[in-house]
Every structure is written in C-alpha cells, then in structure tokens.
Design a protein around this ligand. Structure first.
Ligand code: SAM
Ligand code: SF4
Length: 335
C-alpha cells in the first residue's frame, strides 16, 4: 500500500481541487478585470497530463476531486477528462468527483457529467435579477445559467448554489435567494469576498459584507441552529428551523478553519498550492513532463510539497488595508 499524504500538522490530505483552465466566459467584477490576459496554451497541463496528475493524487489517498477554474466547462474536450476520472470512482479509490461552475455550459454538459459519475455540482450565482447579473458577471446572462441549473437537476445532479456576499449589491436579495433555493431544493452557501488578484478599479473593502452581519440579518426572519458538521474546509453550517434548509458560510477572513484543512490546490499549469492564502507552491509540471515514463518523480515532488503545507493563512482585513493579500487571481488557483 502507498503511504497516505500526511502533512507536518498530522492532517491527512484527501481533497484536491484542480483548476483546469484560467479562462472564463464571464468576467465577474470581484474575480477578473475586463481585459484579462490568459496563459499561452502550452503552459497548461494537457488533458492527459491532468489525468496523470489526478491519478497520482488518487493513488496517494485523495478521495475527493473538485474541478474548477476559470470556468471548467469552457476547457476544450473537458468531458474526456471527466470520463477518464470515472475509472477511479468505479474502483472505489475516489469517493467523489465534482465541479464548481458558473453554470453557463451546464445545459450542454449536465447529462454527460452525470454519466461520468458526477452527482453534485456547485453553481455560483450572486443575484436573481437579470440586470444585476449582467452587471456583476459583465459577460454572463442569467437565463442561460437558470437553464443550466434546470438541466443539472433534470439530469439528477444535486445543485448547491454559491453566492458571494457583496455589500450594496445583493444585501436586499438575501431572503429571495434563500427562498428560491428552498423552492428548488438546493443547498446554499454564502462566500465572503477575498482579497485576491488585481481586478481593476473595484475597491474590495467597499464590496466586503461580513458574513456575521449577513447571519444577523438571516436571524431576523429565521431561527438559526448551528450545526457541528465540518468538511475540513472553511464552511460552517446552520439550519433554518422554519424551512429545514442547511445554509453554509465560507468566511476565510474572519474564522480560523485551518486546523482541520484537508485540501491542496492544483493550478492549470501544474503548480500545487498548499494553502489558498499563501504564496508558497510546488511546480509539479516539470517532474511530470520530464518523466513521461514514470510517475515516481512526480510522487516524490508531491510528498515533498506536502511537508511544506503551512499551519494557516494570513488574510487580514482588520486594519482598513488589505493585508495578507495574495497577488494571484482566484481563477488561477481555482476557487
Ligand atoms: N467559474 C467557476 C465559478 O464561478 O463557479 C469556478 C471558478 S470561481 C473562481 C470559484 C468561486 O470563487 C466562485 O463561486 C466565485 O464566486 C468565487 N470567487 C471568485 N473570486 C472571489 C473573491 N475575490 N472572493 C471570494 N470568492 C471569489
Ligand atoms: Fe469566471 Fe468564476 Fe471568476 Fe466569475 S468567478 S469570472 S465565472 S472564474
């Protein structure tokens, strides 16, 4: 048996998030600038390299793979990759294959994703208002995403909505979004906006809506029961007693979740980030590309990287400057 990946703080690494492209068909204002420069294609891991990379992690004990981006479903031939991963689900080594998407291409891919073994998808959606949706995503169109969600549910995929909490933008829609998710039997998680990448003129501190404030507003209408369930990530959950809904809160800036962190992130160029909030990374593309016949050097590089997984991150909004920020975009590391 291959020894599992255990970091210096005795955390077992069982969850890999993989960004398969830095490109996207949207330009969400908190994520990208309007004129993004994307990586040359040769920098990206090929689909075959992604397969080798993920298969090596699975062999080393990763049980959950989340495919993200950029927008994962705009990567050319991405279904090949999902279909390649099906074998790990069938062998039982992989427990879950899932993705985070903006939903724009779901109508096209929902059935194929289900056939590949995907059972849950996270769809990012910040507003139910068509005009506001076009404003916040710049290039996105709400009806297309709603059609994608319909298709996903019809295909048998469980949908979770991820909503970035944005001050002055979706504050007034809080209850509508909650009720809409309830009516469609979808889980809902709110995400606090994070200081990542240069996104042009937007002032991040202006966008920042503390989830503790959002929670306070929710408590005006519902009885909230704190759930003890943790997933090894930054999400905390409450149950709304009146509706029975489970609502998640991802507050990387205001809560320390690092002690139970079980995840690492692979970028589309093969860099492994041991922590979303730190600059330290390991290049896994070189050991992979330079050794087409053997995965041993790649495996050694992964093991070495895991010995460098830090105890926690350094985001800090407490003094009205964005400290502890990291320069890369969310679309690079994968959200
Ligand atoms: N394109 C896909 C999507 O939008 O779901 C996957 C990649 S996207 C980078 C993943 C998640 O990161 C989305 O839910 C998005 O809202 C979130 N995100 C992007 N930039 C963020 C930021 N600066 N702070 C917090 N969340 C962010
Ligand atoms: Fe694209 Fe997702 Fe970033 Fe929006 S949040 S620009 S959909 S990668």
């Amino acid at each position: 048996m291959t020894a599992p990946l255990i970091d210096p703080f005795q955390r077992a690494i069982s969850y890999l998030r993989v960004s398969v492209t830095d490109r996207c068909d949207f330009r969400c204002v908190y994520c990208m600038s309007e004129n993004m420069t994307f990586l040359p294609k040769k920098e990206l891991l090929t689909l075959e390299e992604l397969d080798r990379m993920c298969s090596t992690f699975v062999r080393l004990g990763v049980e959950k793979l989340r495919i993200t981006g950029g927008e994962p479903l705009v990567r050319r031939n991405i279904m090949h990759f999902f279909n390649d991963m099906t074998r790990h689900l069938e062998s039982g080594a992989l427990k879950e294959l899932t993705l985070t998407t903006n939903g724009s291409q779901l109508a096209r891919f929902a059935d194929e994703l289900h056939a590949a073994g995907v059972r849950r998808v996270n769809v990012s959606l910040d507003t139910l208002d068509e005009k506001k949706f076009a404003d916040i995503t710049r290039w996105g169109r709400l009806p297309q995403v709603l059609a994608g969600i319909d298709a996903a549910q019809k295909a048998g995929l469980r949908v979770k909505i991820n909503t970035v909490a944005l001050k002055g933008f979706n504050e007034d829609e809080l209850f509508d979004i909650v009720e809409w998710c309830k009516s469609r039997d979808m889980d809902l998680t709110f995400i606090e906006v994070m200081p990542m990448g240069d996104i042009g003129n937007e002032d991040r501190l202006d966008q920042y809506w503390k989830l503790s404030d959002l929670r306070g507003t929710l408590a005006e209408n519902y009885t909230l029961t704190e759930l003890t369930e943790r997933t090894g990530g930054p999400a905390r959950y409450v149950r709304l007693e009146e509706t029975g809904q489970k609502i998640g809160f991802i507050t990387p800036l205001t809560h320390n979740f690092c002690e139970s962190c079980n995840r690492v992130r692979l970028t589309c160029t093969g860099e492994l980030y041991m922590c979303l909030g730190q600059e330290d990374m390991a290049d896994l593309r070189a050991p992979l590309r330079n050794n087409p016949g053997s995965d041993a050097p790649l495996e050694a590089a992964i093991r070495e990287a895991i010995t460098r997984k830090p105890k926690g991150h350094d985001f800090d909004y407490s003094r009205q400057t964005v400290d502890g920020r990291v320069s890369r975009h969310m679309s690079h590391t994968g959200g």
